[in-house]
Design a protein around this ligand. Structure first.
Ligand code: WT7
Length: 661
């Protein structure tokens, strides 16, 4: 294990940072209303986890009660041992049983707007039970049994939600692959999960074009013989090849099929799904989540972090269901909370850059959850797209996916939230299943850039490699010291990698792979992946803080920072910078680079001054929007790229950066 990251420079950022107590009008109506209340609940959840989680689990439906709440043999947890439940039942039937069948469960909006008019589909719990029932029977008719892995590679259409809920209903674990991935990613995941069936669409709309999903599946299936059945939902009407005996249209299979399909009682520890991590490093890992603990934890985090109130909220998470954010916080955490969840099919800049705000206005969205990378794009596009719309319905804003730089946080707070909406910066991972560090919006005083405090039941700490807590503000390794209900149960088919990756860095604790520090208020600050820390002249610098400093310059839209071999210092700081507006040329460019370097030195201290600044139009990112720093490291070092680039959004960006190196 490398030295834990230390951060001197972050302190100056901290000194300037602002603190935002929850707006009183919000706090007065919130589930948790004061810091004292949060702290008392958190203390109790750690001291008596069995009592705390027992009480929470009782709020949901179980066919049979559990015996022990937790059985813990590091690194293996069993939660709600022996309990029988069904997550699909809790998403749908439980609401119907309580008399809410006619309320909206899913609100879907298509990307295309023929004649400028939006196309919206509103599914009630009754509708959803019918549709899910039919498709669950379709799966059974195709021979899918409890325990069979169903691969899903679809666009953001209601049938994606229906498909996953149908799998959960009959106990077939799903493995959802984000529609932006290519054929080789499908092949790898199908083989890793030994999956014999794929659900897909002919295409999915993205900026007015049909992404050829079925054609990608066909290409993947030339590389593997495993798949026997492909079900195709017709969305775009683009031409597709149908292979006789293997491929079937969804609408043909659904014809005349009964909608009555009772939910299968599942054991608490039965596999619910596999989800491959986006992986900015190494081969994707099939993260396993099981039924009971995942259900209880995503239910409670949704309720508390977003302060959900049945009948009052319209919730919108802009993620794709192909990521864990979409699994947990579009579908599985939301429906059991009886909160209508909005799904939008397409791109934020279609037909123009105000699409999201148009959606918020028309659907009166109250809780909005997005990623820093999207927020920075909105900032770059300009406030006029926001100002055109009435955003007064918004009550709370969330962010997830990477550290949010304070500038983006402030813009979100003022321009989108009108200084009225608490911001919940939620730190978690595919592996954790749900929010781990997050403000509790009625209670927590927030600070731009900090994901604040641990959620109930989460014993988080920042430690050195011996597991000893670091002093206030000193950077270290972020660990979780106790099991929590939605923790991953393993990496599919790879026990050793599970142990090596998460349970071997600091003895006895779960290591997330992130560096962090805790400030004098007890707030956590994520410093980025441990791999992204650079040591310059003996100081540990989080690349994230240098990026934040760059982005705080009014002309900088986005920045990525990596280390590179430097003759004098050993490691130098290289930065790749996207500017707002025109990019200066010649002498002006040199002068402006000087200005930027000086700006960083002023913000963070001279040690953090970039040695190399490159202007670029774009940064290499994974499809989930994470900057691929390992590629930038090679580019900065002047090396040829020989690494795996299959998870890259756009390979052209790398080629361009190399050509101009
Ligand atoms: C990694 C997990 C969890 C949903 C999306 C990403 C980074 C995530 C935050 C945040 C700082 C964050 C971490 C983490 N990350 N949220 N609020 N602040 N960093 O899921 O692909 O599994 O990635 O994303 O580095 O380890 P993922």
């Amino acid at each position: 294990m490398s030295q834990p990251p230390l951060s001197d420079a972050m302190e100056s950022v901290l000194a300037e940072s602002r603190r935002f107590p929850p707006p009183p009008e919000f706090a007065q109506q919130a589930h948790v209303q004061t810091m004292e209340q949060y702290e008392a609940m958190h203390r109790r959840s750690i001291a008596e986890p069995e009592v705390f989680w027992d009480e929470t689990a009782r709020q949901l439906h179980w066919f049979e009660p559990w015996g022990k709440v937790l059985e813990w043999n590091l690194p293996d947890a069993k939660w709600f041992v022996g309990g029988k439940t069904n997550l699909c039942y809790n998403c749908i039937d439980r609401q119907i049983d309580a008399g809410h069948g006619d309320e909206a469960a899913i609100i879907w909006e298509a990307e295309p707007m023929p004649d400028g008019k939006p196309e919206v589909v509103r599914l009630t719990y009754n509708d959803l039970r019918r549709e899910v029932g039919v498709f669950a029977n379709v799966l059974k008719n195709l021979g899918v049994k409890k325990g069979d892995v169903v691969t899903i590679y679809m666009g953001m259409v209601p049938q994606l939600a229906i498909a996953m809920l149908a799998c959960a209903r009959i106990g077939a674990p799903h493995s959802i692959i984000f529609g932006g991935f290519s054929a080789s990613a499908i092949k790898d995941r199908v083989e890793d999960g030994q999956s014999k069936i794929i659900l897909t669409c002919d295409g999915s709309w993205r900026r007015g074009k049909a992404v050829p999903l079925k054609a990608n599946v066909d290409e993947a299936l030339t590389m593997t013989d495993l798949v026997e059945t492909v079900v195709v939902y017709q969305r775009c009407g683009n031409e597709v090849d149908m292979v006789d005996g293997r491929d079937h249209w969804w609408h043909d299979l659904a014809q005349g099929v009964s909608d009555d399909c009772p939910a299968e009682p599942m054991d608490s520890e039965d596999l619910l799904f596999i989800l491959y991590t986006s992986g900015s490093t190494g081969k994707p890992k099939g993260i396993m989540h099981t039924t009971g603990g995942y259900m209880v934890y995503t239910y409670l985090t949704s309720k508390i972090s977003f302060d959900l109130k049945p009948g009052e909220d319209v919730y919108w998470c802009t993620a794709d269901i192909g990521w864990i954010t979409g699994h947990s916080y579009i579908i599985y955490g939301l429906l059991p909370n009886r909160t209508p969840t909005l799904m939008y099919e397409g791109a934020p800049d279609c037909p123009d850059c105000s699409r999201f705000w148009d959606i918020v206005e028309r659907h009166r969205v109250t809780k909005f959850y997005t990623a820093p990378t999207a927020i920075r794009a909105f900032m770059k596009w300009g406030d006029e797209f926001v100002k055109k719309h009435d955003l007064s319905s918004l009550k709370l804003l969330g962010t997830v996916g990477e550290p949010i730089n304070p500038e983006a946080w402030m813009w979100y707070h003022t321009t989108i939230g009108a200084e009225r909406c608490p911001i919940v910066d939620t730190w978690w991972q595919t592996e954790t299943g749900g929010h781990m560090l997050t403000p509790v919006p009625g209670a927590t005083t927030t600070t731009p850039g900090s994901c604040t405090r641990p959620f109930f039941g989460i014993d988080a700490a920042v430690v050195n490699s011996e597991g000893e807590a670091m002093p206030t503000n000193a950077g270290g390794i972020l660990v979780i010291r106790k099991p929590w209900p939605s923790m991953l149960r393993g990496i599919y088919g790879n026990r050793q990698r599970f142990i090596d990756t998460y349970w071997s860095k600091v003895e006895g604790f779960y290591t997330a792979g992130d560096g962090a520090r805790v400030d004098e208020h007890g707030n956590f600050w994520i410093m980025g992946r441990i791999d992204d820390v650079i040591v310059v002249a003996g100081h540990n610098l989080g690349t994230m803080e240098v990026e934040s400093a760059l982005v705080s310059h009014p002309r900088v839209a986005e920045a990525a920072v990596v280390g590179f071999p430097h003759e004098i210092k050993g490691t130098g700081i290289a930065s790749f910078v996207i500017l707002k507006g025109e990019v200066p040329a010649g002498d002006d460019a040199e002068a402006f680079k000087q200005e930027l370097a000086t700006h960083v030195a002023k913000e963070l201290g001279p040690i953090s001054k970039p040695d190399l600044i490159r202007f670029t139009e774009a940064l290499p990112k994974t499809r989930s929007g994470k900057i691929m720093r390992r590629l930038l490291r090679d580019i900065a070092a002047g090396k040829q790229i020989q690494q795996d680039t299959t998870t890259l959004e756009d390979r052209g960006i790398v080629d361009k950066l190399q050509a101009h190196a």
